[in-house]
Design a protein around this ligand. Structure first.
Ligand SMILES: Cc1cc2nc3c(=O)[nH]c(=O)nc-3n(C[C@H](O)[C@H](O)[C@H](O)COP(=O)(O)OP(=O)(O)OC[C@H]3O[C@@H](n4cnc5c(N)ncnc54)[C@H](O)[C@@H]3O)c2cc1C
Length: 391
C-alpha cells in the first residue's frame, strides 16, 4: 500500500493501473514493500479514470515471474537500511508497465485489502506478545541469578516492582491474542486496532525495561536484548501507527460500525462464563468495561474530542484484558491450576486503568489553545502563558 504520497493516507496513492487486454499494466512507485523478493504481490493501484481517494483504488495481483519465464517489469530501487527487523527485506519498487491481474470487484478493493490489514494487525499483536514473553523470561532469569549487595537482584523491592511492570503487559497481550483467535468479526473490528495499538506500544516499554534488568550487558549485542528493543519499535509503525489504529478503533469501529455493542456483550459473556470471580471484583470489572465503552462512545460522537482517541482505545484495552485475565485465572484456579491471572487482572485495574483515567472532556478545552501555542513556531508572550496557567 504505502507510497511516498500516502502511508496512513492510503487514498493519496498514485500508482496507476492501465488496462491491457485481459490484464493490467502498472506505472509508478511503491515506497515500502516488505518481503520485496516475493513471488506474488498483492497491491493497491488506481485504475485509469477511477475517482481520487481510497474509493478509486483497485486490488491487483502481481507475479514476479511471467508465464513465459521472463521477469515482470518492475525493479527494486534499493533495500531500506532499517533500525530493526533486518532479516526481512523491505524495499522501494518502480513499476515500468508490470503485468497485474485484477482481484475481485474494482469497487470493493480497499475493503478487501482491509481484511488483509486486519489479519496482519493481529500478527503484530502476536509478535508483540512473543517479544514481550522473551523479554520477560530473559529478565526473570537474569534477576534470579545475578547478585548485587549480597542477594539475588530479584529480592530487591524496586526490582520486584519493575518485574511486575514487565509481567502485566506481557500477560495482557497473551490474553488479547488468544481472545482475538476466537472472537467474532464484529468484535474483532474493535479489538484488533485497540490491541495492535496498545500491545505494540507496551512492547517497546517492556523490551527497554528488560534490557535494563540485564544491566550493561543488556546494551551489548552478545545478548538478545538490543535486537528485541530494535524489533519492538517496528510494531508502532507498520500496518498503521498508534494514532491510525486508535482512530480506526474509535471513529471507524465504534463511530461508524457500532461494534462497541458486540464488544460489551462479549465481555459480559466472558464474565458469565467465569462464575468464580469474587462478587466485588466482578463489579469492578463490569464497571471498568461500562466506563471505557461510555468514554469511547463520547469521544467517537464528538469530532472535537478526536485528540482523546488514544486514551479511549487504551481504556478499552485495559478493561478488556482485565476481564479476560480475571476469567482465565478463575477458571484455571478452579480447575486446580494456577490462578495468578486473576491477580494480574487487579494490577491492570489498579495501575494501568488508573494511568489511562478519563480526562475531563469539557474542562480540558484550554489545552487546545495551549497546544496550538506550544506547537507554533512563534514565542509565547508572558500574558498568553499566564492566561493558560490560570485557566
Ligand atoms: C519495516 C517496515 C516495513 C513496512 N512494510 C510495508 C509493506 O510491506 N507494505 C506497506 O504498504 N507498507 C509498509 N510499511 C509502511 C508503513 O505501513 C507506513 O510507514 C505507515 O503506515 C505510516 O505511513 P507513512 O510512513 O506514510 O507516515 P505518515 O502517514 O506520513 O505519518 C506520519 C505521522 O503522522 C501521523 N498521522 C498521519 N495521519 C494522522 C491522523 N489522521 N491523525 C493523527 N496522526 C496522523 C502518523 O501517526 C505518523 O506518526 C512498512 C514500514 C516499515 C517501517
Amino acid at each position: 500500500m504505502t507510497e511516498k504520497a500516502g502511508g496512513s493516507d492510503v487514498g493519496a496513492s498514485e500508482l496507476a493501473a492501465v488496462r491491457d487486454g485481459d490484464h493490467w499494466r502498472l506505472w509508478g512507485e511503491k515506497w515500502f514493500c516488505s518481503n520485496v523478493d516475493a513471488e506474488l504481490v498483492v497491491l493497491l493501484a488506481r485504475p485509469e479514470n477511477a475517482p481520487p481517494g481510497s474509493r478509486g483504488l483497485g486490488l491487483f495481483l502481481v507475479p514476479r515471474t511471467l508465464p513465459d519465464g521472463r521477469r515482470n517489469d518492475y525493479r527494486i530501487l534499493r533495500l531500506k537500511n532499517k533500525l530493526g527487523s533486518r532479516t526481512m527485506a523491505s524495499g522501494e519498487i518502480v513499476f515500468d508497465g508490470a503485468i497485474a491481474y485484477q482481484l475481485g470487484a474494482l469497487d470493493q478493493e480497499l475493503k478487501q485489502m482491509l481484511v488483509m490489514v486486519n489479519s496482519s494487525r493481529v500478527s503484530h499483536l502476536a509478535r508483540a506478545a512473543g517479544i514481550m514473553r522473551r523479554c520477560l523470561n530473559e529478565a526473570l532469569v537474569v534477576a534470579r541469578h545475578r547478585r548485587s549487595f549480597g542477594r539475588p537482584v530479584i529480592d530487591h523491592p524496586l526490582m520486584r516492582r519493575q518485574l511486575m511492570k514487565l509481567s502485566v503487559p506481557t500477560e495482557q497481550a497473551l490474553s488479547s491474542l488468544l481472545f482475538a483467535a476466537t472472537a467474532s468479526d464484529d468484535v474483532l473490528q474493535l479489538v484488533t486496532p485497540i490491541s495492535k495499538y496498545r500491545a505494540c506500544r507496551d512492547n517497546v516499554t517492556v523490551a527497554t525495561g528488560a534490557m535494563e534488568v540485564r544491566g550493561g550487558n543488556g546494551y551489548v549485542e552478545d545478548w538478545p536484548n538490543a535486537r528485541l528493543v530494535r524489533d519492538a519499535h517496528l510494531g508502532l509503525i507498520w500496518e498503521g501507527t498508534s494514532n491510525i489504529n486508535a482512530l480506526d478503533a474509535i471513529q471507524r469501529a465504534i463511530g461508524k460500525a457500532g461494534s462497541h455493542v458486540a464488544f460489551r456483550d462479549a465481555m459480559a459473556q466472558t464474565l458469565t462464563a467465569a462464575p468464580h470471580i469474587p462478587g466485588q471484583f466482578r463489579t469492578r470489572l463490569e464497571d471498568a468495561v461500562t466506563e471505557a465503552v461510555a468514554f469511547a462512545r463520547e469521544v467517537a460522537t464528538h469530532k472535537e474530542y478526536e485528540r482523546f482517541c488514544r486514551v479511549a482505545a487504551a481504556k478499552l484495552y485495559h478493561a478488556k484484558t482485565a476481564t479476560l485475565l480475571a476469567a482465565e485465572g478463575a477458571r484455571l484456579g478452579m480447575a486446580g491450576g494456577d490462578a495468578r491471572r486473576l491477580v494480574i487482572a487487579r494490577f491492570v485495574l489498579d495501575h494501568r486503568l488508573r494511568e489511562a483515567r478519563s480526562p475531563q472532556l469539557g474542562t480540558s478545552d484550554w489545552e487546545d489553545g495551549a497546544i496550538g501555542a506550544l506547537l507554533s513556531e512563534c514565542p509565547m508572550t508572558i500574558d498568553q502563558a499566564i492566561n493558560f496557567v490560570q485557566h
